[in-house]
Each structure stands twice: as C-alpha cells, then as structure tokens.
Design a protein. Structure first.
Length: 375
C-alpha cells in the first residue's frame, strides 16, 4: 500500500480516511497517491503549518515539489502566511525557493512596546534570515519613534535601530522633533511654564544623547524660553536645569543685558547657590563681578534665615574668597542666636571659622542662658 504509516499528528484522520477510502473503493496505489497529492496541495495553498506538511510527507513518501508540482508563486504564497515565516530556511531546503526579500522586510515593523522594550525581535529576524530591513522600513521605524503620538520619551532605541540597520538617524526628523518639543513650552508668566520647560529640556537632552545631533532651533524661541524662566522662577532648580539643557543642546547663549545678569549672580550668591551660579556663567558666557559690599550683603542675607545656612555661608566664602567683616560677623551671631535654631552651636563654630571673629563675651553668656533654659 502507498501509505507507509499513520502518524500521531493533526493529519492522522486525513490519512486514515484515505486508507479506508482506498480499501472500500478498491483503489490502487496511483489513485491513493493522487488523492493524497490533492489533499496536501490544497492544505499547502491554504497555508497549513510546516509541521503538518513534513508529517504528511513523511507518512506518504511524497515529494513536495516533484509530486505536488507547486509553482514558485504558490510557494511564495505559503511564505506570505507570517505564521510560517520561522520555517523559511526549512521550506527553502524542501522547495529550493527563497522567499521574496519584500516579504521578510514586512516583518520589520515598529510598535510602541518594541521601542520601549528593546529591539530583540528585530535582532532575531536579522540573525535568522541573514537580512536587514530596507532603508524604507528603517525610515518608517524612525518616524514612528519620533512621532508625538507614540509616547516614547526614552530615545535610546534610535541608536539601536541605527546600529542594527546601518541606516543613519535622519537629521531632518530629529530637528523637527526638537522644534515640536520646545514649542510645547508656553512662555506666559506662570510657574507651570517653568515646569514645562524643565521636562521639555529633559526630553531634548535625551534626544541629543541618543542621536548626537545638535538642535538647530530658532534663536528667538530659545531666548523667549530663557526670558520666561528668569522672569518667573528667578533661576530656581527647575529653571536652571531647563536653561542648561537647552544651552547644551543648542549652543545658544543667554542674551540679556549684563547688568541684569550681574543682579541674578548677586541674588544667587546670597543663596549660596554655587551650582546655579556655575550654570549662569556657562549659559551667559559672563563672569560674576562681586564687590566687597555685595559679598557682605550676601553673608547678611544668608545668616539665620534658612535651614541650610551653614552650606550657604561656606559657598559664599568658596565663591568669593572674601571673609565677612567684623560688623557682619557680630550681626550674624546676634541674628542667629536670637532665632535659637536647632544646630545653633554648629553655626557658631562654622561662623567663627569663616569670619575669624569670635562671639562677643556678653552675647555668649546670653546664649548659654538660652540653652540652659531649654534643657
């Protein structure tokens, strides 16, 4: 009999049917073979899975190309069922026909999950098929990642796409994304705008880190954001970080009158805010000019008014190298002891170290009395 064995697989009933049908109708081997060929051919054209085909071939001894007389287009039709795509190599051995490049290229699509979770799927395709996505498919992937509706904020996937495909990240797409990010920052006078600028600058820095493409933003737009931040936040942490981020990616310096820049430096000095002074120096390309009087005012403003007084005082000394005057030093002792903050004893030792002036004896006795009442 033509049928060698009945495998325990999905086509078992088909082969059993053929066997019983042949016996009942006293069919010869050629007729059974023809019936088996018709059945397998129909299943193949329907896109049945590779395991079904190989089991059927093994059971019947049929040759896929020799007996079924499949055309090249019919084999390509089987490949087009993406559920079979992982058996391309095996089917190529059976048929001698390689799938069309455009079919494999269809596998290289981009999704939000794929972009956020790495490019492992693309790597598997490249390793398995030995081909890379076409430039057109790669371009579409770049467009997807940079589209505002994709909600992708970590742009490192751009670098992965470039590494896998050898296709450079399109600069025009990146520049358009930069512009859309910065244009979402309102420049009206309200604090929420500073927060918007802070988060937008973080996105811009992430995009630059992933692409190494400098932003070519219109200078008037960048200057309007700088102006809004200085007007509204007076260079708080968020404002300073936003301005620094924009500057690092655009190389556009802050353009305001020097007298205004020096006023900001003086206020930051009184806060002991050495980090933001450094940022302002960088983005304005201006050195701070602190007079002796400016420094004394900064010391006076810093003493006794904030929980981080000691940190501010040390920063003023480090930034300027100027000691508090004796008058400012004594006023500092008086202001601080009258506040009776916790940690006052630490202040006294640090203030003496910075100023070189000891607390007056009468003031020291008074302060000791305050401490004793507390115990």
């Amino acid at each position: 009999m033509f049928i060698k064995k009945v495998p325990c697989f999905s086509n078992k009933m088909t082969l059993e049917y053929l066997l019983s049908y042949a016996n009942a109708n006293d069919m010869g081997a050629d007729e059974v073979k023809a019936k088996a060929c018709d059945k397998l051919r129909n299943e193949f054209l329907r896109g049945v899975c590779y395991e079904y085909i190989t089991t059927y071939l093994d059971a019947t001894g049929l040759k896929l190309m020799g007996d079924l007389k499949l055309s090249e287009e019919e084999v390509h039709g089987w490949y087009s069922n993406l559920g079979n795509i992982w058996h391309v190599k095996e089917m190529e051995k059976l048929t001698g026909i390689r799938p069309k490049p455009e079919l494999i290229d269809e596998l290289f699509y981009m999704t939000e999950d794929l972009a956020k979770n790495g490019m492992d799927q693309w790597r598997r395709y490249i390793n398995h098929f030995g081909v890379k996505p076409s430039p057109e498919k790669t371009w579409k992937a770049y467009e997807f990642v940079l589209d505002d509706n994709s909600h992708i904020s970590d742009f490192k996937v751009l670098g992965e796409i470039a590494e896998l495909t050898g296709v450079k990240i399109p600069e025009n797409l990146v520049q358009a994304k930069y512009l859309r990010i910065v244009e979402r920052i309102p420049t009206a006078k309200k604090y929420e705008d500073v927060q918007d600028a802070y988060y937008a600058a973080k996105d811009i820095k992430r995009l630059f880190k992933a692409t190494e493409i400098k932003a070519k933003l219109p200078e008037d737009i960048v200057q309007s954001v700088y102006g809004m931040i200085l007007r509204e936040s007076e260079l708080t942490f968020m404002g300073a970080q936003a301005m620094e981020g924009l500057y690092e990616v655009t190389d556009i310096s802050l353009n305001i009158p020097d007298i205004k820049t020096q006023e900001i430096f003086k206020r930051l000095l009184a806060e002991g805010n050495s980090e933001n002074i450094g940022i302002l120096k960088k983005i304005s390309q201006t050195e701070p000019e602190f007079s002796y009087e400016d420094v004394q005012k900064a010391y006076s403003a810093a003493v006794g008014t904030h929980f981080d007084t000691i940190k501010r005082l040390r920063a003023i000394k480090d930034l300027t190298g100027i000691d508090p005057s004796e008058k400012v030093a004594i006023e500092g002792y008086s202001k601080h002891t009258s506040c009776c903050f916790s940690g006052s004893t630490d202040f006294i030792s640090v203030w003496k170290e910075i100023s070189g002036v000891s607390m007056p004896e009468e003031m020291a006795h008074k302060y000791i009395g305050i401490l004793l009442k507390r115990t």
